[in-house]
Design a protein around this ligand. Sequence first.
Ligand code: NDP
Length: 451
Amino acid sequence: MDMANVMEQKVQDFMAKVIASNPGEVEFHQAVHEVVESLIPFVEENPQYKDAKILERMVEPERVILFRVPWLNDKGGVEINKGYRIEMNSAIGPYKGGLRFHPTVNLGILKFLAFEQVLKNSLTTLPMGGGKGGSDFDPKGKSDNEVMRFAQSFMTELQRHIGPNTDVPAGDIGVGGREIGYMYGQYKRIRNEFTGVLTGKGLGWGGSLIRPEATGYGAVYFAREMLATRKETFTGKVVCISGSGNVAQYATEKVTELGGKVVTLSDSAGFIYDPAGIDAEKLAFVMELKNVKRGRIKEYAEKFGCEYHEGQRPWIIKCDVALPCATQNEINGEEAQTLVDNGCYCISEGANMPSTPDAITVYIDSKILYGPGKAANAGGVAVSGLEMTQNSQRLAWTREEVDAKLDSIMIDIHENCVKWGTEGEFINYVNGANIAGFVKVADAMLAQGVV
Ligand code: NDP
């Protein structure tokens, strides 16, 4: 067997054990597979990690909390959801990672997100461990009062497991400012303390400027750095974005600011194609539609008279840069090939694991610029880390200060990916992000002994 086959066999053996001991958790298997493909060759060359079974330990959460969330709907009927918190790894800091409220949430999805989060948080250079949590609760179609009663019940249990030095959750899909507010209120009421236990808080009660913008802005800063390796900028670039939530909105804002033209946005029902570009005024409409009225993206097409593609994803539209900002596995191999065939040569992932393994193979084989989520969307958690710092100092930094720190963190993450991922002329950002994120956590685990 040649070296490549030996490594592939080791990856297969490792995955066989992970699959056997975590049955049915397909997204978790997918995330681990992508990471160990980069890391097994690295660990083989660095036997201190192999002997201490660092990889085997990292795929096992330190703790999984699963609980019942009962609540009353507006008609007085009893509803029951599942609540989760995965405390994945605390080697370099308190557990940190978002809460997702979406009907598809299950243990496997949260374990994939928590596993990615460990490496992502390490990449930010800030002292944060990794975690993730959430519920199969669906906020769509619920009244504000129902969301509040659910959030209060969820926090009534979660509060005993978290704290500003233990575990600091944030938002994710279905969890924005409204939900963080209700959960923070309940935490404070039960624990009788005003602390930085959640991030993504409102500005008047401990939140940080630029936190809402951070993930979207960060993914664009990362793309800007990738483009710069080819002496390119965003000026004049046509950009396809998926999603129309928090990450998609602020990615759109930053691309437009840097001179690019965003031509698509989507939600789970379909996508809009606006060849004239989604300028600041149109984006304000999207923000009102999605964050206040909680309507569908289809209404954009009705308002501005552009195309709406029901039940489809935007990757059939010709573009230079694509920013997937909706959810996992939203670009398959075929769609990736269409993007590349249409001339797209830069993909920066605002969402977590939006590309399937087949899609990633297309990007790598085509040698395009591909920034995986754990590097490209790390800006969100980075500014959450800065929110924790400001809470500890009881100070609030200016917008410019936080944005400059975010920008320099994204530049550092990019440099670190280049350092660990350069293969001749090509930068393999997948290997770069996985190895750079791993080394810091692995060294901390080695130093802390078998725990
Ligand atoms: P939001 O809830 O604000 O928006 C999610 C968007 O994605 C909505 O447009 C939603 O459409 C769409 N979407 C959700 N699920 C699906 C699905 N199954 N199929 C198609 N579209 C879907 O979430 P965020 O913007 O915060 O998160 C988007 C992505 O970014 C996620 O992958 C998240 O993990 C990742 N991320 C977020 C961070 C943050 O700071 N918020 C940080 C790092 C990563 P609809 O309204 O129809 O549901």
